[in-house]
Design a protein around this ligand. Structure first.
Ligand code: SOE
Length: 390
């Protein structure tokens, strides 16, 4: 089988996981890294043991040995890098959010479809075996007609006002913080597992930490500075949000997203109730799925190849009792992206759990509607989403 070449643009925090996932596939070479300067690219290439480095992403995209471009740049660079890769006929794996707003992400989706390139966005929690098991239980009617979808995605790393990076700068991170960074994952999971689309939203959003402190140039993700010549930076984006949801068929829902709640590290949970059962999955205990019953006992389904169904089976790599984790789920999604590339990237050949640019665009549309709801005085707003026209 022909080996594929991967090139990564933007070697920050998440880059190591893209590289690790690709290396685990065994038939893909990590060819090059592009950074914001020749020096940073060289340094990161040496750290990750990658042969080539470029100070400009356009040089990486032009490298004939690279078939798939992974875009792990800060959010404001998602659009130009991904568009340039599509125009060069390269397949793309992009970090979420796909772009800074729904106009940009719609253009990326349409361009990727027209260019017939594989186009994945890393809503990586879909790669968890028990997320896929829950999706199968919903789809085959095991939990009955859906009534309510609820949950949260809570973190605490922005509780400290000394933490500041590009993520808190609207010019680089976009106009939203908790919603775009992690609320987007929750909404994607809710739609993916339920098979239903969010039609309208009513939101209440808050900025808990109103001022952050940073020295000039401290923009690496998760940077913290407590000394030196620091300046006070007023925060404009939300770090706490509560949202009511109406799905397209009338199913109701609610979720919260926050990055300023002490003790919540990467606390993503969703619960989906039908008339027969409820299912609850929590990312921090990702090898268990709670099944609630009105008649009969509640139980826990463990991540066990003998118990899971549907796509969950091929996402389960170890026997029962052997814990799998965040990086394994991430790898499952990256693996599906390369399966799609090898199949020729036709939409009919896409592995069903793999999130595409259309999902990335939907996510931007949902976040836009949530921000519009709050701005309009906490009123219901429709999600304005346009399906692909070809
Ligand atoms: C930071 O909030 C972050 O790394 C997100 O950007 C990721 O998407 C999420 O999976 C974990 O937390």
């Amino acid at each position: 089988m022909k080996r594929l070449g991967m090139g990564l643009v933007g070697p920050g925090f998440i880059a190591a996981h893209h590289i690790d996932a690709v290396r685990r596939l065994g038939d893909v070479d990590v060819v090059a890294i592009a950074g914001s300067s020749v020096e940073s690219a060289k340094r990161k290439a040496a750290e990750y043991k990658v042969g080539r480095s470029y100070g400009d992403y356009r040089e990486l995209i032009a490298d004939p040995d690279i078939h798939v471009v992974h875009n792990t740049t800060p959010n404001h660079m998602h659009f130009p890098v991904t568009m340039a890769a599509i125009e060069a006929g390269k397949h793309v794996v992009s970090d979420k959010p796909l772009a800074m707003n729904s106009d940009e992400s719609r253009r990326l989706r349409d361009a990727a479809i027209a260019a017939k390139v594989a186009h994945a966005v890393t809503f990586n929690y879909r790669g968890n075996p028990l997320v896929q098991h829950a999706r199968t239980m919903v789809a085959d009617g095991s939990i009955g007609n859906l009534t309510f979808i609820q949950g949260f995605y809570l973190q605490d790393w922005l509780t400290d006002p000394n933490v500041y990076s590009w993520r808190s700068d609207p010019a680089k991170g976009g106009g939203t913080s908790a919603l775009g960074d992690i609320g987007s994952h929750w909404c994607d999971l809710a739609e993916h597992v339920s098979g239903k689309k969010i039609a309208s939203v009513l939101a209440d959003i808050t900025t808990v930490v109103k001022t952050r402190y940073a020295t000039e140039g401290s923009s690496e993700a998760f940077s913290k500075t407590t000394s030196g010549d620091r300046k006070a930076i007023p925060m404009t984006s939300e770090d706490l949000a509560t949202v009511l949801l109406r799905f397209e068929d009338g199913t109701k829902g609610t979720f919260s997203a926050a990055q300023t709640l002490p003790g919540h590290k990467n606390d993503l949970q969703f619960e989906i109730s039908g008339l027969k059962h409820s299912l609850k999955w929590r990312q921090e205990e990702q090898n268990e799925l709670w099944v609630g019953s009105h008649e009969g006992p509640n139980c826990i389904v463990g991540k066990d190849p003998a118990l899971v169904a549907g796509e969950a089976l091929r996402y389960t790599h170890l026997p029962a009792g052997h814990q799998e984790s965040w990086a394994d789920a991430f790898m499952n999604i990256v693996s599906d992206a390369y399966t799609w590339v090898r199949a020729g990237a036709g939409i009919q050949d896409k592995p069903s759990p793999l999130p595409t640019f259309d999902d990335g665009y939907r996510s931007n549309c949902i976040v836009d509607a949530i921000l519009a709801s709050h701005a309009a005085g906490n009123t219901w707003q429709k999600v304005q989403y346009f399906p692909p026209s070809f």
